[in-house]
Design a protein around this ligand. Structure first.
Ligand SMILES: Cc1cc2nc3c(=O)[nH]c(=O)nc-3n(C[C@H](O)[C@H](O)[C@H](O)COP(=O)(O)OP(=O)(O)OC[C@H]3O[C@@H](n4cnc5c(N)ncnc54)[C@H](O)[C@@H]3O)c2cc1C
Length: 453
């Protein structure tokens, strides 16, 4: 545990005054691990307001090798904001200004603490939107750093595709830009992609340029409830192969549907279900083709062209985490995050269901299935050691399955502390190359230590 030496603490106090927080509540508040990983609070919190604050905090900590853990919204799921070696949690949530919106370039320049919901509220009047929508109150800095995605990723991509360039403060306090605002550039290494998904281990993002899109005005979609899981999940690959590209498509198993019905006041048929939405500037004709395909496979479909009715469905999907928690009252959720090639999805979901039953675990399956990404949300009694042990085996088994099928142990949540073993399996010697990059950019290892490697 790295306590802060007196000289460094005095210098931080001098520079940051009441932006430096040392009380237990503030320190605990920066490590809200909504998972089974224990909370590991930092020794101090520095609440930064601008890039000069970030540079000064880094420069004051560097000579003492004080660990720095960037903090955005604290919603990450793999212990990414824990401070296992103590040090400083750098809270970027107050750097929350939208600096520029260019309608003609379809770009926004934001500070890292801007929440994607706040950006979208700001863009509404301009007829634009930002598509990456993880189901929690996440910031653009945290989302870029975990390479987050959401319900729109199939059509619009993840943070990987939607970050245009970055401003980054490096471990020695230098400030760099990783690119320009042009649509393309073929100059040099792609540093933007290097920092996207780095989980704060290479530097601190202080400005982010993101892509925007015209707000759709024509909608059609709804839900399709299938007789069995294999048909529901298999339908996704079939539809994509026919060129039917939805704006959003999500899978919920029967437990998740039952939970959403109760929590969000829906009245859906309880069965393996796809939520789907096509959108564009007019009501999209592909929606009917999708519905016909689903009905030919025995699905019961509830269909609408009403944007608000669809919005309600997506709100229920975003609330599924809380709905499933309410369904299994008193238990704690721990989620897997496997992502596999779409051709292997039906097989992997079937394996997951088999393993759940075999290992006597409770939970529900939801997924951004258009990307081959699904979550088994295990619901655990954390006081039951045997159940927790079985759950750990289940998570490892799902990671191994995904990797064996040519996929990834994490489609969107990242590595943090929770997936460090699996990531070695996934990347092999490539992980050593990542380590070399880490050492080149952060030779003292003070940027978010204990994560990723
Ligand atoms: C209910 C629920 C649903 C979720 N659904 C989804 C989902 O659908 N898709 C998805 O992708 N994720 C999902 N998540 C996970 C989470 O929302 C994402 O990981 C999100 O990207 C984290 O953003 P944050 O602002 O909370 O980041 P934090 O948790 O604060 O930080 C995440 C990581 O980024 C680093 N970091 C933060 N800001 C910066 C910065 N400015 N510079 C450098 N590093 C930084 C941190 O050190 C940490 O390593 C969900 C979480 C919950 C609780």
């Amino acid at each position: 545990m790295h306590e802060i030496p007196d000289a460094a603490l005095a210098a931080l106090q001098d520079r940051f005054g009441d932006q430096l927080l040392l009380d237990a509540e503030s320190r605990d508040g920066r490590t809200p691990t909504p998972t089974w990983l224990p909370r590991q609070p930092p020794a101090a919190v520095v609440v930064v307001r601008d890039v000069a604050d970030v540079q000064d905090a880094v420069r004051l900590c560097a000579p003492h090798r004080i660990p720095i853990v960037p903090f955005g919204g604290g919603t990450s799921l793999e212990g990414q904001v824990n401070a296992p070696l103590g040090g400083v949690s750098l809270d970027l949530s107050r750097m929350n200004r939208v600096l520029d919106v260019s309608v003609r370039d379809q770009l926004a320049v934001v500070e890292p603490g801007v929440k994607y919901t706040a950006l979208n509220a700001r863009l509404r009047e301009q007829g634009l939107f930002f598509p990456v929508d993880p189901g929690a109150a996440a910031t653009l800095g945290g989302m870029a750093s975990t390479r987050a995605s959401g319900t729109n990723a199939l059509r619009y991509g993840t943070m990987r595709e939607n970050v245009v360039s970055l401003e980054v403060v490096l471990a020695d306090g230098r400030r760099i830009r990783t690119g320009c605002r042009a649509r393309k550039s073929s100059t040099g290494y792609d540093l933007t992609r290097l920092f996207v998904g780095a989980e704060g281990t290479l530097g601190i993002l202080t400005e982010i340029v993101v892509k925007l899109y015209p707000r759709p005005t024509g909608f059609a979609g709804g839900y399709c409830s299938f007789p069995d899981v294999a048909t529901a999940v298999g339908m996704v690959a079939d539809a994509l192969a026919l060129g039917l590209l939805p704006g959003k498509i999500e899978f919920l198993d029967e437990v998740a549907v039952e939970a959403c019905n109760a929590y969000s006041g829906l009245n859906l048929d309880v069965g393996p279900t796809l939520f789907v939405e096509f959108h564009g500037s007019h009501v999209p004709p592909e929606a009917e083709a999708f519905r016909n395909l689903a009905e030919a496979r025995g699905a019961a479909c509830g269909w609408t062209t009403d944007a608000q009715a669809l919005e309600d469905l997506w709100t229920a999907r975003h609330d599924a985490w809380w709905a499933i928690h309410a369904h299994f009252e008193g238990l704690r959720g721990v989620t897997t995050d496997t992502c596999v090639p779409i051709s292997r999805l039906a097989h992997c979901v079937a394996e997951a269901r088999g393993a759940l039953a075999e290992m006597r675990l409770r939970g529900a399956i939801v997924g951004h299935v258009g990307d081959g990404n699904f979550h088994v949300l295990l619901m655990l009694d954390l006081a039951d050691e045997d159940e927790v042990t079985r759950a750990k085996c289940f998570v490892a088994r799902m990671s191994a399955l995904a990797i064996e099928q040519g996929g990834s142990c994490s489609g969107e949540h990242g590595v943090g502390q929770g997936k460090r073993d699996a990531v070695r399996e996934e990347h092999g010697e490539a992980l050593d190359v990542m380590r070399l990059i880490k050492h080149a950019l952060d030779p003292m290892g003070s940027m978010n230590p204990g994560k990723l490697f």
